[in-house]
Design a protein around this ligand. Structure first.
Ligand code: A3P
Length: 329
């Protein structure tokens, strides 16, 4: 490691990769990165170098169990929020009496529900996940076609959350600019918009990411649940109930009457989570700062940054690419 690399946050380092990944890179199409220098196109989707390294490791080593639950999103679709909700829902019996001592008060949702490729398999160490208590709860941004074989072969459940692509694009622009090395200039929004519409975003093309899981949710609804950020905001009761039913832990009569969903939604709200000390000052093991995951958490914020014409450009490309899918975003 050179002296300048040793000062870099882990998520910015592009050299801590396996020989397998190093050998693959020269054969892949390459674009300018949003956060690190490069994005590589592998099997139809774009990834930063160190993320591709994590994906390859995860595909080779992750062994899904039938009882696993995987939360899947394209970046900036509300993952942090749904991680918190899922954790609360699945562990509600364990922490029912003591909301003040709930792990969410002292741990960031990304530490409670880690990403496979950008946390657990990030870098070159292979984690031992086999002994974790079930149900194991993980997250990933992997496209459907890139999921490890064992995920498809097992009976594990997949929860996919999508968000309005214009809000996703603006959120990604903000996030990328916070994450970029201090020595690098901010990326102009116009440049991000053009890359988004070409499909060259981390884990993009966005339309193929969403479409892959939308199709899977129609084909195998007992294994894939498709949710929208905006629907969750508008009617959390309906969608938290759907989630609990899908995961095989439906809310009981007593819970439906005693405000369990309201308590979960209050604890996982943007205002509650973003005010916690751990989320204002902590960092993930890959060096990403917890507070970067909390910006505004609003629907329609794209209008404060993009012109109507810019928004129409995203709508047009999404419609063109997803034509005939029946999915409206
Ligand atoms: P904005 O940048 O539009 O504010 P992800 O978690 O997938 O990285 O997505 C981040 C987006 O979700 C950010 O959107 C962030 O503010 C928003 N978010 C974070 N916590 C939230 C919460 N508890 N409720 C709703 N939105 C939340």
């Amino acid at each position: 490691m050179t002296p300048s690399q040793s000062h870099q946050a882990k998520y910015l380092r592009e050299d801590d990769i396996s020989q397998k990944c190093r050998d693959l890179l020269p054969s892949l199409p390459c674009e300018k990165g949003w956060i690190t220098t490069s994005l590589y196109q592998y099997q139809g989707f774009w990834y930063p170098t160190n993320v591709l390294n994590g994906i390859l490791a995860c595909q080779d080593h992750f062994r899904a169990q039938d009882t696993d639950v995987l939360l899947i999103t394209a970046p900036k679709s509300g993952t942090t929020w749904l991680k918190a909700i899922l954790f609360c829902l699945l562990n509600r019996a364990k922490f029912s009496g003591s909301m003040q001592h709930h792990p969410l008060h002292t741990q960031n949702p990304h530490d409670l529900v880690p990403f496979l490729e950008v946390q657990l398999y990030f870098g070159q160490e292979i984690p031992n996940l086999a002994s974790l208590a079930s149900p194991r709860l993980f997250a990933t941004h992997l496209p459907y076609t890139m999921l490890p074989r064992s995920v498809k072969d097992s009976g594990c459940k997949l929860v996919y959350l999508c968000r309005n692509p214009k809000d996703t694009c603006v959120s990604l622009w903000h996030f990328a600019n916070k994450m970029r090395s201090k020595a690098t200039d901010e990326m102009p929004l116009g440049e991000c918009l053009d890359a988004f519409c070409r499909g060259a975003t981390p884990f993009g093309p966005h339309w193929d990411h969403v479409q892959g899981y939308y199709n899977a949710s129609s084909e195998i609804p007992e294994r894939v649940l498709f949710l929208r950020y905006e629907d969750m905001k508008e009617d959390p009761h309906v969608h938290v109930n759907r989630l609990a039913d899908f995961l095989g832990c439906p809310l009981g009569k007593q819970e439906l009457m005693d405000g369990t969903v309201d308590r979960i939604m209050r604890m996982c709200s943007f205002d509650s989570l973003s005010a916690l000390e751990v989320n204002k000052s902590g960092k993930l093991s890959n060096g990403v700062e917890n507070e970067w995951f909390f910006r505004k958490g609003e629907v329609g914020d794209w209008l404060n940054y993009m012109t109507i014409e810019m928004g129409e450009k995203i709508d047009r490309v999404m419609q063109e690419k997803m034509h005939g899918s029946g999915l409206k975003l």
